[in-house]
Design a protein. Structure first.
Length: 286
């Protein structure tokens, strides 16, 4: 008979060690989400059902949804406290302009934003977070910039990130209330510039940076310094007048599907009144 060192321990000690190992195993299992399934939808949920918290920020959850059945595959909790280099990320119950998600061109991560505060911290300004979840289900909230400038705030906004976009390398862009920002992934300081208008979701597609402006226009962002992706002197140019369709929109998706058409060439937009519309670019004209 061969006895392991474990079997030589008293029975009570064996049971205690098994219990500790189970706790450790469950803790580790809860830290890592299952990989995301290609083609599924990712949505954001703000709050955990705690009543009477409408005036506060809430915990953030990402939800993976099966596109074939509509069933929830998994719910992923975004950090609510500092964990290593990760910051807490809370969402706004009041600011319906915040919480826009976007995929990078490779489709291997989803970018989103929030504020680096624990849940249910009322009317307090915190660092703004540029976050992502990759195809392995790993959430990273280590990229952030400082608290919202007082000149940028107005009623109901509280400086939340409205939309965050990412390219395939190490860069984020964000519409932060009244400013536009660029930041390198993993950094703690953004290049942030004041902007007029209300810029909602952002998207990188076809080697270009786009945003939805004032529910009515799609803007292409460029920089006098050159290059497809601006990192300073952000300049928006309206390329699609979606209000011409007679509707307002709260979300959009840019795609690059035609190899013969430079840049993004297909756009879907949806929003007010349940409308869902499609635009196609041909010979440079939408």
């Amino acid at each position: 008979q061969h006895l392991s060192p474990f079997s030589l321990l008293p029975n009570e000690m064996q049971r205690l060690m098994v219990a500790l190992l189970l706790v450790i195993a469950l803790t580790i299992a809860g830290t890592y989400a299952a990989p995301l399934t290609p083609g599924n939808l990712i949505g954001m949920r703000c709050g955990d059902g705690t009543p009477n918290k409408a005036m506060y920020n809430g915990p953030t959850y990402l939800i993976e949804i099966d596109v074939n059945t509509g069933a929830i595959v998994q719910t992923l909790a975004v950090p609510t406290a500092v964990t290593g280099s990760n910051q807490p990320l809370s969402c706004s119950y009041l600011n319906l302009k915040a919480g826009r998600l976007s995929t990078n061109p490779n489709g291997d991560l989803v970018a989103f934003g929030g504020m680096a505060l624990p849940p249910y911290t009322q009317n307090t300004f915190g660092n703004r977070v540029f976050a992502w979840i990759n195809s392995d289900g790993i959430i990273d909230t280590s990229t952030y910039t400082g608290p919202v400038p007082s000149a940028e705030t107005y009623s109901g906004e509280y400086g939340y990130s409205r939309g965050v976009a990412a390219n395939d390398t190490e860069n984020f862009w964000g519409s932060l209330s009244k400013t536009m920002a660029w930041i390198e992934r993993g950094s703690t300081s953004a290049n942030e510039e004041p902007q007029d208008g209300v810029y909602l979701g952002m998207q990188v597609a076809g080697g270009e940076l786009y945003s939805l402006e004032n529910y009515n226009y799609i803007a292409l962002w460029t920089s006098p310094s050159g290059g497809a992706f601006p990192i300073s002197s952000f300049t928006p140019t309206i390329v699609i007048d979606v209000i011409a369709s007679g509707q307002y929109f709260t979300g959009f998706k840019m795609l690059d599907v035609n190899p013969n058409e430079p840049g993004a060439d297909l756009m879907y937009a949806g929003g007010g009144g349940g409308y869902f519309c499609k635009w196609v670019k041909s010979s440079g004209v939408w």
